[in-house]
Ligand binder design. Structure first.
Ligand code: ATR
Length: 281
């Protein structure tokens, strides 16, 4: 039941109709018996700043998760940001304080590492070099999370080499940029390969990289999860590599977001199963 005390939070993106975040958060709210609701907002691309500024009045929306294409704009709109959000250059969480201030955070990085813990137990991000495919916003977030977790070297491979080089200039000397053509050499000795490119979405064949050049015990992760088993993950599995899927990252980033928005830890219900059902899998 919606009451005069119902806490309103949500997710902002464009498009947003297929977001799984409302499924996760509302299931947690119901199970925890919290008087709250989590809805989806889709402002016009040029309307995002006005949407955020409109929350400075206080007493309206408690906060929002932020997704494509607004994560960088969310960081820019905030008055203060956590170190991890600044390093990622993006925010996936905005909290609207009652005094009108806006705080930005980024829980994608902890979500990424928690997904490894869940699906590849024993993986240690500090144990050796990791390869990240892509150099867009998603890749930058992954690189930032790895650096904060102590990864000694992050090899960033991108179709457009200059973008990988720009990312390395931004994030420091532990980042080694190369083109996708250099994948065979870059995969030698890695503990993990993380796909942060959009290739393979929407039924495409996925990135054609020589995963067989990775060590046998390397973990292969895909940040994208539509379908849950991407062609990239299917190839890794066929090679006998342990894999981590992007849906687990989504679930794991949602937990600290829920805590920030509703002030309680999410209850231990199987929201991954609910998300899979909502995806029709
Ligand atoms: P996001 O914020 O989701 O990371 P983005 O900033 O548009 O999105 O970045 C998309 C990434 O996917 C880029 O690294 C892009 O490579 P380029 O920089 O060369 O464009 C990569 N990408 C997209 N489609 C790809 C494809 N078919 N093959 C290889 N890389 C691809």
């Amino acid at each position: 039941m919606i009451t005069a005390r119902t806490v309103v939070a949500g997710v902002v993106g464009q498009p947003i109709g297929h977001s799984l975040s409302p499924v996760l958060h509302n299931a947690w709210l119901a199970a925890a018996g919290i008087d709250g609701v989590y809805v989806a907002f889709a402002p016009r691309a040029e309307g995002f700043a006005a949407f955020v500024e409109g929350q400075r009045g206080g007493g309206a929306i408690r906060g929002v998760n932020v997704t494509v294409p607004f994560k960088e704009a969310a960081l820019a709109a905030a008055d203060e940001a956590s170190a991890r959000a600044r390093l990622a250059g993006a925010a996936n969480l905005l909290v609207f304080e009652t005094d009108g201030r806006i705080r930005a955070d980024n829980t994608d990085g902890v979500g990424l590492l928690a997904a490894f813990d869940e699906q590849a137990p024993g993986f240690d991000p500090a144990a050796g070099p990791v390869a990240v495919l892509g150099a867009g916003g998603a890749a930058r977030g992954a690189v930032a999370a790895l650096l904060l977790a102590g990864t000694p070297e992050v090899r960033v491979l991108n179709r457009t080499l200059s973008k990988a080089q720009d990312l390395a200039i931004d994030l420091g000397r532990k980042v080694a940029p190369s083109s996708l053509a250099g994948a065979r050499g870059a995969f030698a000795g890695v503990t993990a390969v993380i796909n942060a490119t959009a290739a393979g979405m929407a039924g495409g064949p996925g990135l054609d990289v020589p995963l067989e050049a990775t060590p046998r015990d390397a973990v292969v992760m895909d940040m994208f999860y539509k379908p849950l088993e991407t062609p990239f993950l299917a190839r890794a599995k066929a090679l006998g590599r342990r894999t981590v899927d992007g849906l687990e990252m989504l679930v794991q980033q949602a937990a600290p977001s829920f805590e920030a928005l509703f002030g309680a830890q999410p209850p231990g219900i199987d929201v991954r199963a609910l998300a899979l059902k909502a995806m029709g899998q």
